[in-house]
Design a protein around this ligand. Structure first.
Ligand SMILES: [Zn+2]
Ligand SMILES: [Zn+2]
Length: 297
């Protein structure tokens, strides 16, 4: 039988506030909207749905990008005539799939385009507010080309991290917030995703922070805090430096202003113990799991 390594769900989708440094991470992509090419008839309806905590879902063209996966982060930029800039954020709730082309003329010719399903967590009325393109021409944002020909361009982790921070500041400055938490009917996304989504933005900034991981390992070493397993001892060279880092603070205790303390909040833990510690929600404590393990031995 072919066995694959134990894997938890994608980072930060876990209500336990886990950090999985060795698992596939969420990626961030830029979707585009040019009103000249595609009228968004129910934009205002969608804005008010989000205000009322209702789900707002669309299929959105993703250009030729086939890599987008469920759970990836998405930002939508309005291009063409001013106002131009970031006007929405959301999450991919599907992988990429082909469907009838969004451009009517091409659809008539029988052409198809690639789409992802997106669930928006914030949409601005661009006539009133927009995170302007001019701001995306400053500082770290200059690393990225913000007016691409098509949707689906990757936003690098560093840029995405900054954008996430600035976007959330921008939203709170105009009295809005992202409403990722508010869609209980989104069964397809999975319960843990919804529970985790609220804090995901906050936590994710730390997940990308390899310094936090390093600080944790410097303090606690590379052996599992529960069972003591050490990958280098067991596997030699190929196990060197390998360990998961588990976030012990329950997600419910993480507030908006939460600052990660790598020594207080993180523990090195082997993938097996990591999987077991998250068998309960909220997760077991390190001590509880140690006890369970001891009793069985
Ligand atoms: Zn964990
Ligand atoms: Zn372990």
């Amino acid at each position: 039988m072919h066995t694959t390594p134990l894997e938890q769900p994608r980072c930060s989708v876990d209500a336990g506030g886990m950090q999985h440094y060795h698992l596939p991470r969420m990626a961030t992509y830029l979707l585009t909207w040019n009103p000249k090419n595609y009228p968004w008839y129910d934009l205002h309806d969608c804005i008010s749905r989000i205000k009322r905590n209702k789900a707002c879902r669309y299929s959105w063209s993703c250009g030729s990008n086939k890599r987008i996966r469920k759970g990836d982060r998405l930002f939508l930029i309005r291009l063409g005539k001013e106002p131009r800039g970031i006007m929405a954020s959301g999450w991919a709730t599907s992988g990429v799939y082909p469907d009838i082309h969004w451009d009517e003329a091409k659809a008539i010719e029988g052409k198809r385009a690639l789409y992802i399903k997106v669930r928006f967590d914030a949409i601005l009325n661009p006539e009133k507010h927009i995170f302007p393109l001019s701001r995306l021409r400053e500082g770290i944002y200059r690393r990225m080309h913000w007016t691409p020909q098509s949707s689906g361009v990757t936003i690098s982790d560093e840029v995405a991290e900054q954008l996430e921070k600035d976007w959330s500041r921008f939203l709170s400055a105009i009295g809005l917030e992202t409403k990722a938490i508010s869609f209980p009917e989104e069964a397809e996304v999975g319960e843990t995703f919804i529970e985790g989504a609220k804090k995901r933005i906050v936590v994710n900034a730390y997940e990308r922070d390899s310094r936090a991981r390093e600080a944790c390992i410097r303090h606690y070493g590379l052996s599992c805090a529960v069972c003591g397993f050490n990958f280098e001892e067991a596997f030699g060279r190929i196990g060197k430096g390998y360990i998961h880092v588990h976030h012990i603070k329950p997600l419910s205790e993480i507030g908006g202003e939460y600052e990660l303390d790598p020594i207080e909040d993180l523990r090195p833990i082997c993938p097996n113990c990591h999987a077991m510690i998250h068998q309960r929600k909220p997760a077991y404590s390190i001590e509880e799991l140690r006890e369970i393990l001891k009793r069985r031995r």
